[in-house]
Design a protein around this ligand. Structure first.
Ligand code: SF4
Length: 321
C-alpha cells in the first residue's frame, strides 16, 4: 500500500512539473512539485537568510504542512556536511514517514559508516554526492562517504540510488577523467555532469561521455553547456526561447520551493526571496508575487538539475519489493 502511495506521489509531482511549464503562475495557484530544505551553504547560490536558525521541530512542521497543502511530494535536503546528531537525518526520516520520496545532496563531509547506516534506517531513497577535484584522492570526504554508503546499503539491503555530481567548472572539470573512473570503480550507480550556476564559471572543454546507464548527463544539460560557452555572465545561459522552455516563463516557480535553515523561502535562488516567516502556504499566497514576477521577467535559461524538472536519476521506490 505504501509503495502505491509513493508512486501516486511521484505521478502528482510529475503532473505539477508539467503544469509548471504552461505559463505565469499567480501565488494562489502555486503548487510546487518539490520541497527543498537547505541546511548549510551547500554550494547553492543565494544566502541562507537573516533569520535565526529554525529548530528541527519547526522544519518538521514545514514538511508536515507542505504534505497537508500539496500531498506527498519529493523532499530534498541539501547539506554539504552531515553528522549523526544533526537535523538532516531526522528530517529525512520524518519526510519518509509521511510517504515523501527523499533525496540528500551532500559533499559527504562527515559521512562515515554510522551516519550511512542512520541514513538507510531513515529511508533515504537517493543520494547525490557532489564531487570536487580532489574526490578521487585517498582519504577524501567523497571517497569515505561512498565507501560508507556502499557498506550501509549492503548491510541494510536498502534500495538507495547513489549518484555522483560532477560540477562542470574549474579544477573539477579538469579532473573529470580520473573522477569518472574512480566513481565507477568506487560503486556509484551513475554520474551526472552538472552545469555551473553561472556562465562565467563554465569549463570550456566539452564534458566526457561515459557509457550509459552510468552516464546520467541528460541532453538538456549538454545543450545548455554548449550555450553557456557564449553566454554573458550570469545564471545559466542567455535567452528564453530555447532548451527547456520554448513556451512561457521559467518553470522553476512550479517545480521547487526552497526553505533554508534561516527561513529564507524561494523557488529560484537567484531572485528576491519570498518575505515573511511561518507557514509556507500563507507566505506563498500573500508574498510570492514579486518573486514570481521576477521569475517571469527573467531572460536567462538555467538547466542545473536542481532547478529543472529532469529527474535526478532513475526513479526507484524506497519501498523494496
Ligand atoms: S532561468 Fe529560472 S532558474 Fe534561472 S535565474 Fe531565471 S528564474 Fe531563476
Amino acid at each position: 500500500m505504501r509503495r502505491l502511495q509513493h508512486h501516486i506521489a511521484e505521478a502528482r509531482a510529475a503532473a505539477r512539473n508539467l503544469s509548471a511549464r504552461l505559463g505565469p503562475l499567480q501565488p494562489a495557484d502555486l503548487r510546487p512539485a518539490r520541497l527543498v530544505l537547505r541546511l548549510d551553504d551547500a554550494d547553492l547560490p543565494g544566502s541562507l537568510g537573516e533569520g535565526a536558525p529554525l529548530a528541527e521541530a519547526a522544519l518538521q512542521a514545514r514538511i508536515a504542512e507542505a504534505v497537508g497543502w500539496l500531498g506527498p511530494l519529493p523532499v530534498t535536503v541539501f547539506s554539504a556536511g552531515i553528522d549523526a546528531e544533526g537535523p538532516a537525518i531526522e528530517l529525512l526520516r520524518f519526510a519518509h514517514r509521511l510517504d515523501n520520496a527523499t533525496t540528500l545532496v551532500t559533499a559527504g563531509l562527515g559521512l562515515d559508516e554510522r551516519v550511512a547506516l542512520a541514513l538507510m534506517d531513515a529511508g533515504l531513497g537517493r543520494l547525490c554526492l557532489r564531487l570536487d577535484a580532489d574526490s578521487a584522492a585517498p582519504g577524501s570526504p567523497a571517497q569515505g562517504a561512498l565507501k560508507a554508503l556502499r557498506f550501509a546499503r549492503n548491510a541494510r539491503q536498502a534500495p538507495l540510488d547513489l549518484e555522483c555530481w560532477l560540477p562542470w567548472e574549474g579544477a573539477s572539470a579538469a579532473a573529470a577523467p580520473a573522477l569518472l573512473l574512480w566513481a565507477r570503480a568506487a560503486g556509484a550507480d551513475g554520474l551526472r555532469v552538472v552545469a555551473p550556476w553561472r556562465a562565467e564559471d563554465l569549463s570550456p572543454a566539452p564534458p566526457p561521455a561515459a557509457a550509459p546507464p552510468f552516464d546520467r548527463t541528460d541532453p538538456g544539460t549538454r545543450a545548455l553547456l554548449a550555450r553557456m560557452k557564449d553566454a554573458t555572465p550570469g545564471p545559466g545561459a542567455d535567452g528564453r526561447s530555447a532548451l527547456r522552455r520554448p513556451f512561457g516563463p521559467c518553470p522553476v516557480g512550479g517545480q521547487r520551493l526552497e526553505l533554508t535553515l534561516n527561513g529564507r523561502l524561494c523557488a529560484c535562488p537567484f531572485q528576491v526571496p519570498i518575505p515573511g516567516d511561518g507557514a509556507l502556504a500563507s507566505r506563498v499566497a500573500t508574498g510570492a508575487s514579486d518573486h514570481l514576477q521576477a521569475i517571469s521577467a527573467c531572460d536567462r535559461v538555467c538547466a542545473h538539475p536542481e532547478l529543472v524538472p529532469a529527474p535526478l536519476g532513475p526513479t526507484r521506490s524506497p519501498w523494496p519489493g
